[in-house]
Write a protein that binds this ligand. Structure first.
Ligand code: NAD
Ligand code: UFG
Length: 338
């Protein structure tokens, strides 16, 4: 099976390409290099021994998409490409709606023209807004609190309407919880440009000496230790989830929605302490005010994915932190030309 992977050089996309190759699926990467660089291709090759086809392109370029879909005999698309920084989305809403919403509409239009009718979309637990309770099931009400979240929600709604009108299509919405970790080889991992927005890249940059201390955003939440609680999931488990989705429901018409999480919640301080243990490094931190828009706690009920996709997150918190550290300590400045 040849699968077009938009955003395939990014953090989650690159790990998913590796797991696809291991599973005998051929990824064709389509990425505009906005938040990635080509050296990721060499790393994928180093780890798998295979060199995936790479096409530099933007998902808003319909003609280019049509060409690739046809020339590479694509039978399904996994759509990672997009912008993902919550804070930036508040400053630049148009860019977010254009890239994330318009980009997806152009992609689906191109697929429709070529007759490729299987799509897996990267959604997010952010579509649950501030959930009334935990764990969160796929039936929980959805809402958005910022343009990034709203763009994910809009895409989910557009794709739901589209699938209703085109019942032969298979559309899968995967709602990721908090992806962390890296490939166990130490060759691939998360490489944010600038100051990391997310907890684990920040923690690992403190440990490697690139930043002085971590600001813990709030210690007065109604949680086990007052700090925010999230469902951190190893990026390799998340990647396996995409392979399972492609294999189990990718050829079955319908709208398929799954949470991809572990079902466990860890606090910020628990993550810091696990990271210190894995790295043998001290991670100095200071308690700072709450970050606007943050929720107290959020974790998944992942049982639907286990039941229907036969997928379950297997990797432990120790593996998440050990693999993050192995990547960060081997590549203190991320990928070479970033
Ligand atoms: P990433 O930024 O590392 O990867 C995204 C990739 O898409 C990059 O390689 C970038 O160059 C590319 N890209 C961006 N706009 C493009 C365009 N218009 N055309 C072609 N390529 C484009 O991000 P990631 O963490 O790997 O996230 C992948 C997807 O998962 C995103 O849609 C993101 O919103 C979603 N997601 C991520 C998280 C997370 O915490 N990382 C959580 C939930 C959902
Ligand atoms: N945190 C800190 N200090 C930091 C960064 C984060 O204390 O420097 C805390 C946050 O307050 C939160 C927890 O660490 O309690 C996790 O924060 P992240 O920014 O890593 O993750 P979020 O849960 O806020 O958001 C992430 C992605 C979103 C996605 C969401 C749900 O950034 O894109 O998970 O999938 F929508």
């Amino acid at each position: 099976m040849n699968v077009l992977v938009t955003g395939g050089l990014g953090y989650i996309g690159s790990h998913t390409c590796i797991q696809m190759l291991e599973a005998g699926i051929k990824p064709v990467i389509f990425d505009n290099l906005y938040n990635s660089n080509e050296s990721v291709l060499g790393r994928i090759e180093m780890v798998t021994g295979a060199s995936p086809i790479f096409v530099k392109g933007d998902v808003r370029d319909k003609e280019k998409l049509i060409k690739v879909l046809k020339e590479q005999s694509i039978s399904a698309v996994v759509h990672f490409a997009g912008l993902k920084a919550v804070g930036e989305s508040v400053e630049k809403p148009l860019e977010y709606y254009d890239n994330n919403v318009n980009g997806t509409l152009v992609l689906v239009d191109a697929m429709r023209e070529v007759g490729v009718k299987s799509l897996v979309f990267s959604s997010s637990a952010t579509v649950y807004g501030d959930p009334a309770s935990v764990p969160i099931t796929e039936e929980f009400p959805t809402s958005a609190t910022n343009p990034y979240g709203r763009s994910k929600l809009m895409v989910e709604e557009c794709l739901t309407d589209f699938q209703k009108a085109n019942s032969e299509w298979s559309i899968t919405l995967l709602r990721y919880f908090n992806p962390v970790g890296a490939h166990p080889s130490g060759q691939l991992g998360e490489d944010p440009s600038g100051i990391p927005n997310n907890l684990m890249p920040f923690v690992s940059q403190v440990a490697v000496g690139r930043r002085e201390y971590l600001s813990v955003f709030g210690d007065d939440y109604p949680t086990k230790d007052g700090t925010g609680v999230r469902d951190y999931i190893h990026v390799m488990d998340l990647s396996d989830g995409h392979v399972c989705a492609l294999n189990k429901v990718g050829q079955t018409s319908g709208l398929h929605i799954y949470n991809l999480g572990t079902g466990n919640g860890y606090s910020v301080l628990e993550m810091v302490s696990a990271f210190e243990k894995a790295s043998g490094k001290k991670v100095p931190y200071k308690i700072a005010p709450r970050r606007p828009g943050d929720i107290a706690e959020c974790w998944a009920d992942p049982s639907k994915a286990q039941r229907e996709l036969n997928w379950k997150a297997e990797r432990t918190l120790q593996q998440m932190t050990t693999d993050t550290w192995y990547w960060q300590s081997n590549n203190p400045n991320g990928y070479p030309d970033h």
